[in-house]
Design a protein around this ligand. Sequence first.
Ligand SMILES: *Cc1c(COP(=O)(O)O)cnc(C)c1O
Length: 401
Amino acid sequence: MVLRDPDTARLACLGGEPAFERPIPVGQLYFPSWDRYEQAMSGIFERGWYTNHGPLARELEQRLAAFFGVKHAVVVTNATVGLMMALKCLGLAGKVLVPGFTFVASAQAVTWAGLDVEFCDVDPVTHQVTEETLTAALDADVSAILAVNLWGGTCRPTEIAAFAREHGLKLVFDSAHGVGVSCDGVSLGGFGDAEVFSFHATKVLSATEGGCVCTNDDELAAKLRNMRSSYGSGTPAQVPLTSNGRFSEAQAAVALMSLDDFAANRGRNERIHGLYRQGLDGIAGLSLVIPADTDHSNYQYAVVDVDEDAYGLSRDTLLKALRAEQVIVRRYFHPGVHRTVPYSAEPGRWQLPVTDRLCTRLLQLPIGALVSDEDSLQVVELVGRIGANSAAVAEALGLGA
Ligand SMILES: *Cc1c(COP(=O)(O)O)cnc(C)c1O
C-alpha cells in the first residue's frame, strides 16, 4: 500500500490524489518467482518439447486427478473449450438449462456445442442454482443441466445430481470458481457427468490460460482425450467432431508451480476475505457475500453487496469512486447473460428477476496474490469514507445520490 496523500482525507473523486500509486487489480494473478519460472522453462528447452501431451502435462493430469479425487482430469486449453468439449462428447440434443447469473462462457459453450440455451434464475441469498430455479425452467426439450458452482461456494452438487437423475438429465458443472472447494467434506470434481475447472490467470490455480475436465466416467474421458487431440488420447473412441484443446508444456509448468503454492494462495485469500468481512460489517448497506454451502472455500472472489438505500450510493457510483483511487473493482456479472448477444435477441423470453437484481448490486473487490493485507484494509477505509461523503461524491460524479 502506498498512501500518496496521507495528510489529507480528500477522496480522488473530490479532487484528491488517488489513494494507490499503482492499480490494485481484481483477480488472483499468481506469479511464481522468476528463478522458479526460469528453471521450469529451461527444462522445457532441454527436452525440446513444447506441446502434444508432454511430460509436464502428463504429470499435471496425475496430480490433478489426486487433488480433485477423480479418476480422470483431462487438461485443456481453457475452461470454455473444456465446457464445449464435455457437452459435445455427451451427445446431447435440444436444450440445456444454464443460470442467467454466470460468466458468459457458461452459456456460450452451450451455443458453440450446437445446443439451445434455456436460462434459469438463481437463489437470492446464495446466488446459486437450486432445484426450485431449475424446476421453474424445466420442459420436455431439456436434455441436460449446466450448473455453476459460484464464488468459491457450491450449488449443493449432491442435490443437483439427484435432481438430474430423477429427471433423466445429463449434468455438467461449470466449476471455474471451484478449485479446491468442497461440500460436506467432498471435493468438487467428481459430481455429475463432468466438472470443468478454469486455470485462467485470474483464478486461484493458474496455468496463465488453461482448464481441465474432471470425470469418473472412463468412456467420457476417452472421448474427451480423443476430441482434444490425437496426442495422449490412449484408448481410441468415436467422437462426433475433433477439436484442439491441447495443453502446452509452458502452461503445465506454471500450473504445477501454482498447485505447489495452492495452500498458501488459498490461505492468503481466506485472510483477506476475513479482513473485508470484518471491515465491511461496520459499514451500513454493505455486506460481503459468504461462499455458500462449502466447508472449504478457495475465497477466489470478494463480492460485496451494495444496498443503495442504506449505503447512500449505488453500486455503480461506488465503482467510479473506487476506480478514481486506482482500486480496479469490477461489476461481475453484469449484465445477466440472458441480456447479452445472441440471447438478447429474444428479450421477452426469460424472466430472471433475481439475476437482474444481483447484476445491479454486486461489486468485486481486489483479492489475490497482488493484494496485501494493508491494501484490503485501505480499500475498506476508502469504502467507508466514500459512504460517509455520499452527497458530495454523488454530486462530483454527477450520478445523483
Ligand atoms: C473464468 C470462467 C469461465 C471461463 O474460463 P476460461 O478458462 O477463461 O475459458 C467459465 N465460467 C466461469 C463461471 C468463469 O468464471
